[in-house]
Structures are given as C-alpha cells and as structure tokens.
Design a protein around this ligand. Structure first.
Ligand SMILES: O=C(O)c1cc(C(=O)O)oc(=O)c1
Length: 293
C-alpha cells in the first residue's frame, strides 16, 4: 500500500442546527496516530492520522457532548487506538471493538473496563478478508452483560445474513441501515426489506447515518432525507445518529460535517425525535447506568 489518504474535511462549517445538550455522536472512528498505533497489515486503506484530539475538537465544534468510537477496519483487531481515545475523553466516549473471535473472557472484561460496550462484525468484502459466522456466533454468546453486536453489511446480503443475525442472542445495531439504495425512495425494495428485518425482533437498532455514502445524487442528500425520515419516525426508539468522521474511504467525496449535522432536523423534525435519536437511544446502549430504568 502506498500513499496515506485524507478522507475528512479540513474546515467543516458550523451547523445551522444546534443539537440538544448531551447529544451523542454515536458513530465515529479514530485513525492512529500511526506512530503510536500502527495500522493493521491487512488494512484495505492507509489513512493519515485522525486521533482523539481532532475528534474531540470536532465534537465541540459541532455541538455534541459525547462520542461512540467504533473500531475502524484499518486497525484490525487491535483496539489500542480506540481504547486510548476513550481513555482520553474524560468519560465522554465509549466504544465498539473488533475482536479476534478467539478472544478470552478476561480480555473481553478488560475491554469493558476500557469503555467498550459492543463488538462489530464487518461483512464488507472491500474492508475485510473474511467474516467467519460460526466463530462470530460463538463469541457473541459470551459477551459481557449489557453488550450488543454491531453489524455492517450491504443491502444485497441482508437475506443471506438473516439466519446468522437471527441467532445472535444480544441486541443488534446495524451500521448505516445496511446500506439501502435510498434513491429507491421510502417504499423501495431495500427499505421494505430492512423494515421487515426490523419487525422480526424488537432489539434491532440502526444508525441513520452516512447520506454521503448512501445518496447517489450527492449533497444536499434529498433522496436520503426522503427515504430515511419515515424510518426514523416509525422506529424512533431504536435509531442512532453519528457523523462517521473521519469518513473512511470517502476521500473522493468528502462531506462537510456541519452539513451532515444539518441533516438531523430533516430526518428527525421534532424536538422529541431529536432527543430520542441523539440522547435517549444511545444512552441506553452506551451509558445505561445513567438512564432511569
Ligand atoms: O464504508 C466504509 O468504507 C466504512 C469503513 C469503515 C471502517 O473501515 O471501519 O467503517 C465505516 O463505518 C464505513
């Protein structure tokens, strides 16, 4: 692999929309810094450094209070960079790890102590070499209490993954809604299939994220807003939101993070929907001890 890439905006705008106090960016990543946390030998992209100081500066600039840091594929199963970012956050970040499925129970417990509350299974062939379902199921059956599984897949393998996902005994969180083709509209085949999946269990959550990845027409992402707003309204107690900063692999269409935040009122138009999306829902998954039972 050769040049390191930059996939994030150098000077994102200040959003016009102000998130409510306590709002959580529930999907973001850190890259490196490489000198301290080298990238995986199996990484499919080699980014410039985008460490915790940059992430927390962006959090403040955009008007958020907390982050959920999802282990990026370029760091493989070494969660040190994610753990270091959580440790530096003064309790304002928690995370999702990617683990070798053979991880010991003691190492899972250590991840919990470091602020991890879930593990991620990635099924995108352009990001990972293999995704062993049998091994994933085994580790999913012995996670620390309160953890969930985050799954990243593309819409064309939703049906194929159903038996596997149905067998996971903890809550599921689906990254980027399983990448529907939002240009099909709110009643398109991909959205319908995703709704059927959501209706199969009441503990499937999803992230209404990544208009930049999912809207083939680009900014201002009208197709994304049209397709996703009804989903947020209908599943308002199970939806999360995040920037996806530093936008892995988006170097050819880098989104302005301020504009991403300005999508929030377009997919969640009322104060109540916004509170659920940005505070109540992510708090239940990541800071449950602070929520009233
Ligand atoms: O679509 C992607 O390229 C992508 C990659 C990663 C990662 O490399 O972990 O995470 C994401 O949420 C999205």
């Amino acid at each position: 692999m050769s040049d390191r890439i930059i996939s994030w905006h150098g000077n994102p705008s200040k959003p016009l929309y102000t998130p409510p106090p306590g709002a959580i960016d529930a999907h973001c990543h850190v890259f490196g810094p490489m000198a301290d946390f080298p990238f995986s030998a199996k990484a499919k992209y080699l980014p410039e450094d985008a460490g915790p100081d940059m992430l927390f500066a962006l959090r403040d600039h955009l008007g958020f209070a907390r982050n959920v840091i999802v282990q990026a594929s370029c760091h493989g199963t070494d969660n040190s960079a994610t753990l270091e970012a959580i440790a530096k956050s003064n309790g304002k970040a928690r995370g999702v790890a990617v683990v070798d499925p053979a991880i010991s129970d003691a190492d899972l417990a250590a991840l919990h102590d470091g602020g991890i509350r879930g593990i991620r299974f990635n099924f995108l062939k352009r990001l990972v070499d293999d995704a062993p379902k049998d091994k994933f199921l085994e580790v999913a059956s012995r996670l620390p209490v309160g953890w969930h599984v985050v799954i990243y897949f593309e819409a064309d393998i939703l049906e194929e993954l159903r038996p596997f996902m149905d067998a996971i005994p903890v809550p599921l969180v689906i990254d980027h809604m399983g990448r529907p083709d939002v240009s099909q509209g709110p009643d398109g085949a991909d959205m319908k299939a995703f709704r059927t999946f959501l209706d199969s269990r009441d503990d499937i959550w999803f992230k209404a994220t990544c208009p930049d990845r999912l809207d083939p027409n680009g900014a201002p992402w009208n197709a994304f807003a049209d397709a996703v707003a009804p989903l947020v309204a209908d599943y308002q107690d199970r939806v999360l939101w995040g920037t996806d900063w530093p936008h892995p692999n988006m170097q050819d269409a880098i989104p302005d993070d301020g504009h991403l935040v300005d999508m929030i009122p377009r997919i969640a138009p009322t104060a109540e929907l916004q509170r659920k999306l940005l505070i109540d829902n992510p708090m239940k998954l990541y800071w449950p001890e602070e929520t009233i039972a």
